[in-house]
Design a protein around this ligand. Sequence first.
Ligand code: AOF
Ligand code: ZN
Length: 372
Amino acid sequence: MTLMPMRSNPQTPMERALELAKGVLGTTSPNPAVGCVIVKDGAVVGEGATRPPGEAHAEKVALAGAGERARGATMFVSLEPCAHQGRTPPCTEAIIEAGVAEVRMATLDPNPAVAGKGRSRLAGAGVITDVGEREGDARRINEAFFKWIVTRMPFVYAKYAVSLDGKIATRTGDSRWISGEQSRRVVHRMRSIVDAVMVGANTVRRDDPQLTARSAGGQPCARQPLRVVVDSRGRTAASARLLSGPGAALVAVTGAAEPDARESLTRAGAEVVEMAESGGLVDVEALLRHLGQREVTSVMVEGGGELLASLFEGKLVDKVLAFVAPVIVGGREAPTPVEGRGVEAVSQAIRLRDVSTRRLGDDTLITGYVEG
Ligand code: AOF
Ligand code: ZN
């Protein structure tokens, strides 16, 4: 028997703030998920995380818990406190009023309404400030917000599960299940964090996925991502499972979709949105821009190969999540995750950076960011 090693480094207040932030990911959008810890004389006197939009920011929750003990204390917060009047009043004023002596923020807020103003407002009022402790981790937690708030384009995750020989299904289209249970649980956790999931019409026809976020026991989660089908002609069957069920569904079509098809989808409960076309297909960049304007900050694209190819070709993918399972499927007709035409030379291939791997049972999850 092996004993668990004693943790030689107990969690720092900033690590706790990051943990609190992670805990509310998926409940704060389009706001970032922020964690805050207030320490006085070496003891934690208040903690908090961002509440849903329109409710308190992390700092306000922590200040409420600390009460009078916030006076002369140090605040650790995973994002620069806001200095603007948004849906809620500025956190900086609450911090100054509470008499906090020092604010240590992991990173500045890229929101143009804040972007350094929070820090200078605090410093101007005599509060000691510091920026940069665990900055990379803090930015990664809110990677979608960091892109969306400055570009108004959603952060796009390309997710797929492949066999060890690079197939996403057999030649007959069977794909249940290539990846193992632990991998599928990670996918459900991701679906509960992102604002939208997206698939192509062929994937709906072939797999009839539900695309809901479900717990390990199969129960649908309280919050569901918007389900988006890219379907130029609007030929998705009204009986497709993703059109009903908890959460909203949107079908993106082009002018080529017949009124009957649109009506049947609307009756089935979906919102039908006509987008510009590009080569006879839905212009995916325009679709993403449309979603971003509706405050969709992140989209996880779950296939198929043609949709992923147009997104990669349009340089619209930010991060890849590839689940690799130790099975061999074979077959030259068996589909692969990215179809389209592909590049001619390996030197033109899309490269990932900051690549990391994680074991999930016998599967390996490989993630990385598309080089910009
Ligand atoms: C903070 N603490 O916990 C979060 C912040 O409309 P509002 O008032 O909710 O403000 C939204 C903006 O505030 C959001 O775009 C981001 O810049 C910042 N989020 N700021 O001080 C927090 N979630
Ligand atoms: Zn705030």
